[in-house]
Design a binder for this molecule. Structure first.
Ligand SMILES: [Cu+2]
Length: 670
C-alpha cells in the first residue's frame, strides 16, 4: 500500500484520487467478497411478509430528506421529508406544514441533509427521535419515530454551513452543532480579505430532550477555522465532545491548496459540563440574533414558526477549561469515540496514519499543563501527550470510523476505496475489503454508541460507475452491506438509494416498530378547520378567501360539487380524512392548482390553497388508491368571473343543498 508522506497539497492528492478511481473503475467487479452469490443472497433475503431486523435511516444528502431502509434486505420503506418540499405527501405545500420550512431568510424549500443522529438513553439508541442537520441554511430537525414525521426544526444563528451537526450526548441532553464556514459574527458587510481578523467559528449546544422546546442553551465563539465533524464522549468521557477541524491556516480562497499547508490541524475537546458551570455562573450573554423555531403541535397538527431574538453566547477564552486543541494530522475529517469512551479516532484525510487520542491521557495532560501554546486563549496540548497510538499505513484518505464493541474499529478510505478493520490498543490492521467506489461514511448499527450491534456494516459510496444499469449522465447513489459478524468482512449486497446516502444510523427494529401511531383519533383532533363528520362540513367566504371544510371517506368527498367561487378568490380546501383505520390515507388534488397534492392521514386535516385564474369547471379527485370505487372519488369546483351572482354552495351526500355557513376557524398559519 502506497503512502504519501511528502504530499503538501490536495492537488497532489487529487491526482492520486483520480488514478485510484480509474484503477477501481477498470477493475473486475466482484459480486460478493469471499461469499458465493447464493450465500450472499440468502444472508440478505427477507421472505415475503417478513420484517427486516433493522431500520436504517439514511440521509438523502442534497435531496434534503431521509430515506428509511430495512436491513439486511436494503428495501426502501419510506422517505421522510425534512428540509425539502415533498409533493408526494404535500409536506411544505399544505398550509399546515409550510411553516416548518420557514427560516430567517423566508421560506426555504430545500436543503442538504448529512448526519442522522438517533436519540440515546445511557449511551444506547432508544428509538424515540432522530435528529438531522441542514447544511446549507443552518438548521437541525427532530423527527418523531412514532410517526416518522418531522416535528421540529431549529435554525442555528451565526453559523455558515451546519456540517458538524447534529451530535448527541449519551442521554440526549444536547445535540451539538459546529459551523463549517466561519463567518463574521454577527454577519455583516466586511471585506472577505479580513477573514483572519473578522471571521469566527461557533459551536452550539441545543437542548434536545423535550419535544417542542429545542433551544440553544449556549453558543461558544471559537477561532475562525472550518469545523467538520464530532462525536460526544461516553462513559468516562461523558460530558465532553470532540470536534474535528481543518483550515487552521485560515485560508479564504483556494482551500484545496491553501488549507493543506499545516502538518497538523486539531481535534477540539469541548467540556460541555464545564460550560454548563460557566453559564450558571453568568458567563454567557444574551446577544441579539434572529433565527426561527418551527414546531408542529401534536393535536392541531399545524406547524407554527416563531422568531427567536437572542442567543446565549460566550467567547471560548472566557470559560477556562471549556475547550482544548489536540494537534492532529492532517485536515482531520471524522472524530469518532469508541464504545468505551477512551479512544478518539481522527480521520486525517491527507494523513498517512490514523491518529488515536486517549481520553485518560488527555485529562492527565490537561492537569500537567502539557501545552505547546495557545490560540486565542485556547490551550493547545502536545501531540505526544494525548496520543494513544497510530495505525500505520492503513490506506489512502481515512475519513470515518465506527466500532463493533468487540475491540475493533472500521475506517473508511475514500482515495483507496476500501474499509479497513483494525484493532484498538495494538493498532494493527486485521482486514481490508474494497468498496465500489470511493466510500465516504460507513455505519454499523449502534456503531457510534456504547452498545454497537455489529452484525452488519454499511458503506455509503460516492461513485457507482458500472455497478447498476446506466441511467444517462446521472447514475444512482448507492450503499453496500457487509457481514462483519466474523473475522473477515464480506460484501453481501449493493442497494441503490434515493439521494446521496451521506451518513446513516441504524437501530434494531424492535425498538421502534411496536410504538407506531396507526391513525390520528378524530375525537382528539384540535385542528382549527376539522370536520369530524359530514355534518360539520361547510363553505364560507371571508372577503376574497373561501374556506371549504370537506371530508374524505371511502369513496367520496363531501361536498363534492362546489359553486360560487370567483376568479380572484383564494380557496382553502380543509380536508379531513374521516377514516379511523391504519393505512387508509386519502389524497386530494385540483386541476391547475400551482401546488402539491394533499396526502391526508386517517383522522388528520390538511389544507390546500388554490387561486383559480380562469372561469370554468375544475375537477378534483382522490390521488391515493383507497378502495374499489377509488376512481369514483371525485368532484367539481365551478369558478365564475369576478363579481358573479352565483351563490356559494356545495353538494353533499345529503343531496344538493346550500351548506350552513361554516364558522371561520382560527386564522391559518401562513
Ligand atoms: Cu380515496
Amino acid at each position: 500500500m502506497a503512502t504519501f508522506p511528502k504530499f503538501r497539497t490536495l492537488a497532489g492528492a487529487g491526482v492520486i484520487a483520480s488514478a485510484a478511481l480509474l484503477a477501481f473503475a477498470c477493475a473486475k467487479r466482484p459480486s460478493s467478497g469471499g461469499l458465493i452469490s447464493a450465500d450472499a443472497a440468502k444472508a440478505v433475503y427477507v421472505a415475503p411478509g417478513q420484517y427486516d431486523e433493522f431500520y436504517a435511516f439514511m440521509s438523502g444528502g442534497f435531496n434534503g430528506q431521509i430515506g428509511v431502509y430495512g436491513l439486511p434486505s436494503g428495501r426502501r420503506l419510506k422517505t421522510i421529508p425534512v428540509f425539502s418540499q415533498y409533493p408526494e405527501n404535500g409536506y411544505g405545500y399544505s398550509e399546515e406544514t409550510k411553516p416548518m420550512l420557514n427560516t430567517s431568510y423566508g421560506f426555504v424549500p430545500w436543503d442538504d441533509t448529512h448526519h442522522p443522529a438517533l436519540s440515546q438513553t445511557n449511551g444506547e439508541d432508544d428509538g424515540r427521535w432522530l435528529f438531522i442537520n441542514a447544511n446549507n441554511t443552518p438548521r437541525i430537525a427532530r423527527i418523531d419515530l412514532t410517526r416518522f414525521e418531522t416535528e421540529e426544526i431549529l435554525e442555528i444563528p451565526n453559523a455558515g454551513g451546519n456540517h458538524g451537526s447534529p451530535y448527541i450526548t449519551q442521554n440526549s441532553e444536547y445535540v451539538m452543532s459546529a459551523t463549517r464556514f466561519s463567518v463574521p459574527v454577527p454577519n455583516s458587510d466586511v471585506p472577505i480579505s479580513d477573514f483572519k481578523k473578522r471571521f469566527k467559528g461557533q459551536i452550539s449546544f441545543i437542548r434536545a430532550d423535550q419535544p417542542g422546546k429545542m433551544a440553544i442553551a449556549f453558543q461558544m465563539i471559537v477561532p475562525g477555522f472550518n469545523y467538520d465533524l464530532a462525536r460526544a464522549g461516553k462513559g468516562p468521557s461523558n460530558g465532553w465532545v470532540f470536534f474535528s477541524m481543518y483550515n487552521t491556516e485560515q485560508a479564504n480562497s483556494l482551500l484545496e491548496v491553501n488549507a493543506s499547508q499545516n502538518d497538523k490541524d486539531f481535534v477540539a475537546a469541548v467540556n460541555w459540563k464545564a460550560i454548563e458551570g460557566c453559564a450558571k455562573a453568568g458567563k454567557t450573554k444574551n446577544v441579539a440574533a434572529s433565527y426561527v423555531h418551527n414546531f408542529t403541535d401534536e393535536f392541531t397538527r399545524v406547524a407554527k414558526s416563531e422568531t427567536v431574538t437572542s442567543v446565549p453566547q460566550f467567547e471560548a477564552k472566557d470559560c477556562p477549561g471549556a475547550i482544548y486543541f489536540l494537534p492532529t494530522p492532517k485536515s482531520p475529517h471524522g472524530a469518532d469515540v469508541d464504545p468505551t469512551g477512551e479512544y478518539i479516532v481522527a480521520g486525517g484525510k491527507l494523513a498517512s496514519v490514523i491518529p488515536v487520542h486517549s481520553f485518560s491521557k488527555m485529562i492527565k495532560a490537561i492537569e500537567a499543563k502539557a501545552f505547546e501554546g495557545n490560540i486565542d486563549g485556547i490551550p493547545v496540548l502536545k501531540y505526544d501527550a494525548t496520543l494513544a497510538g497510530e495505525v500505520k499505513n492503513p490506506g489512502l484518505g481515512p475519513l470515518h470510523t465506527e466500532f463493533d464493541g468487540k475491540g475493533y474499529a472500521y475506517t473508511s478510505f475514500f482515495i483507496s476505496s476500501e474499509v479497513v478493520k483494525w484493532k484498538l490498543g495494538t493498532w494493527e490492521v486485521v482486514d481490508r475489503v474494497p468498496t465500489y467506489y470511493s466510500v465516504g461514511h460507513l455505519m454499523i448499527p449502534g456503531g457510534g454508541t456504547m452498545k454497537p450491534n455489529a452484525k452488519y456494516m454499511v458503506a455509503m459510496d460516492k461513485i457507482t460507475k458500472d455497478r447498476y444499469l446506466p441511467t444517462g449522465p446521472e447514475l444512482t447513489q448507492s450503499a453496500q452491506l457487509y457481514d462483519i459478524s466474523g473475522d473477515k468482512m464480506k460484501l453481501l449486497l449493493d442497494f441503490p438509494t434515493e439521494g446521496e446516502p451521506h451518513y446513516a444510523q441504524a437501530i434494531e427494529a424492535k425498538k421502534i416498530k411496536d410504538k407506531q401511531i396507526k391513525f390520528f383519533k378524530l375525537a382528539d383532533s384540535k385542528a382549527p378547520h376539522v370536520s369530524r363528520s359530514e355534518k360539520e362540513t361547510g363553505i364560507s367566504r371571508e372577503g376574497k378567501k373561501v374556506h371549504v371544510r370537506m371530508t374524505a371517506i371511502r369513496s367520496h368527498f363531501s361536498p363534492d360539487n362546489i359553486e360560487g367561487v370567483q376568479v380572484g378568490d383564494t380557496v382553502l380546501f380543509h380536508v379531513t380524512n374521516l377514516e379511523q383505520d391504519w393505512d387508509v390515507p386519502h389524497g386530494f388534488a385540483v386541476m391547475g392548482a400551482t401546488n402539491g397534492e394533499l396526502l391526508i392521514m386517517p383522522g388528520e386535516t390538511r389544507t390546500l390553497q388554490w387561486t383559480p385564474k380562469k372561469p370554468g369547471v375544475y375537477p378534483m379527485y382522490c390521488t391515493d388508491f383507497c378502495s374499489a370505487l377509488h376512481q369514483e372519488m371525485q368532484g367539481y369546483v365551478r369558478v365564475s368571473p369576478a363579481g358573479s351572482s352565483v351563490a356559494l354552495s356545495g353538494v353533499t351526500s345529503r343531496g344538493p343543498q346550500s351548506l350552513p355557513k361554516a364558522e371561520a376557524g382560527p386564522k391559518q398559519q401562513q
